[in-house]
Design a protein around this ligand. Structure first.
Ligand code: ZN
Length: 456
């Protein structure tokens, strides 16, 4: 407790000294990030490649080859962490049926996702955080289920990172529940993710964040020959794919098109990832996915959840979806020797630190609103403490000028109201909860404060 008070005093000192950047690392999170093994990630990627192809129509009953061998191996690998979890880790297949005549998958096929659930330590905490990658692969032709389709980067890199997180996080005690998922069906239309998003909606999961990791291991670009393993992209939607009329009206009246929940999550991943992972720049891309494309986070956005995509900064089109061969002196194919394992390790660290920081944080503040009565150049914000989870030690007021992409100031507040001498016309504001050790919730973008009798 004494240590916590000291850290808050230190924080206040840093703030009052005018510094904008707060570095308040949790040594436990740092330790977990440092535990991520580049060697283990490489072993996992090479194992995934050894299945020859993980095409959605490949063999399901062979022990060494095909998509069935892949999902069985992933499940067994995740189950290794059950003993260290104190019975909190549960690993399951989620089976679904796809395809039929005239569809991309031409015959009806049963596919499996692998889902590991690490139950939160607080039974009253119903929050779920989901991290996902896809286990299927493809070569060139859509229906080619025979040729070598290594899919080392796309997306064994994402699966390998998730397996490392399961290993390292399973002994940890986090308030919120964390789900680690390896889905099938991605390459033929995001089927595995669509199935899970629909299930989450139907079962009313309190899913507060979904992080899709698809291709996180290639550091060099084809054609333009850029090379950078210090930069990862986080894609987030601005105008949400799912909006109720009320959400649309609030977005328009607050000019909130750059402050969707997905965008707040993306900013959160940038701040947290860069806090814990050295030599890493988390670059926010203000679109849902690459131009005209989508990924496994998209069905979650469409169902109204907060979901983002993490992907390497540079893509190499000689590798993705190619049959391995040397053509005109160029090696084609998504082979394991071209994955930058140090880069995957750092990207896994960005995921781990963000997820753990969020799983340890208090719930978000509720009813966050801007008081708009009266003509004033000051801004008053008001909110309420969350009713569930650990009681926040306080809140951060975030602010930035309207043309800025990232929060510029972060001010610690102990109460549930603050007035600052900045005009609400010229700044955007946000509120997040924080516990005594510095774990923050995702930022909430305020609407108009609800009128309370006698207060305004
Ligand atoms: Zn992919």
């Amino acid at each position: 407790m004494k240590k916590n008070i000291l850290s808050i005093i230190l924080l206040l000192f840093i703030l009052s000294s005018g510094a904008q950047t707060i570095i308040n690392r949790d040594p436990e999170i740092k330790k977990m990030v440092d535990e991520i093994s580049r060697q283990k990630i490489e072993q996992h990627v090479r194992k995934m490649v050894s299945f020859h192809t993980r095409h959605n129509l490949s063999e399901q009953n062979d022990t060494a080859k095909g998509i069935g061998a892949a999902w069985n191996w992933i499940k067994a690998e995740m189950e290794k962490s059950i003993p260290v979890s104190g019975g909190r880790l549960e690993v399951k297949f989620e089976e679904y049926t796809v395809g039929g005549q005239g569809q991309r998958i031409a015959q009806e096929t049963k596919l499996k996702n692998v889902v590991a659930t690490l139950k939160g330590t607080d039974p009253n905490d119903d929050r779920i955080i989901l991290i996902s990658a896809h286990l299927d692969s493809r070569a060139a032709a859509d229906n080619d289920n025979k040729n070598f389709a290594p899919g080392a980067n796309d997306d064994a890199s994402g699966v390998a990172a998730i397996l490392e997180l399961v290993r390292i996080m399973s002994p940890g005690k986090f308030s919120a529940t964390i789900k680690f998922m390896a889905v099938s069906g991605e390459e033929h239309g995001l089927y595995g993710a669509k199935f899970m998003a629909a299930k989450a909606k139907q079962e009313k999961w309190n899913l507060i964040a979904m992080l899709n990791n698809d291709m996180i291991g290639n550091s060099g670009s084809s054609e333009t020959l850029l090379n950078d393993n210090m930069r990862v992209r986080v894609f987030s939607e601005g105008v949400p794919a799912f909006e109720t009329e009320q959400m649309t009206s609030l977005r328009k009246s607050t000019s909130g098109e750059n402050d969707s929940r997905a965008r707040q999550l993306a900013r959160y991943i940038k701040e947290t990832g860069e806090r814990y992972v050295e030599q890493m720049n988390v670059t926010l891309i203000f679109r849902n996915d690459r131009f005209g494309r989508g990924g496994d986070h998209t069905p979650f956005c469409q169902e109204g959840f907060t979901a983002v995509r993490l992907t390497e900064y540079n893509e190499n089109y000689d590798r993705t979806h190619k049959i391995p061969a040397v053509v005109n002196g160029i090696q084609l194919g998504d082979l394991p020797e071209y994955v930058d394992y140090e880069y995957v390790r750092k990207n896994a660290g960005v995921n781990l630190s963000s997820i753990v920081n969020l799983a340890l944080a208090p719930y978000e503040p509720v009813n966050c609103g801007m008081v708009t009565s009266g003509m004033t150049n000051k801004t008053t914000l008001r909110w309420e403490a969350p009713v569930k989870g650990v009681k926040p030690a306080g809140y951060y007021l975030l602010m930035r000028e309207t043309f800025q992409p990232l929060w510029e100031k972060k001010i610690f507040v102990t109460g549930t109201e603050i007035t600052v001498p900045y005009s609400k016309d010229n700044y955007f504001f946000g509120i997040q909860s924080v516990d005594a050790a510095g774990h923050e919730s995702v930022v909430v973008f305020p609407g108009q404060a609800r009128r309370q009798s006698g207060t305004n």
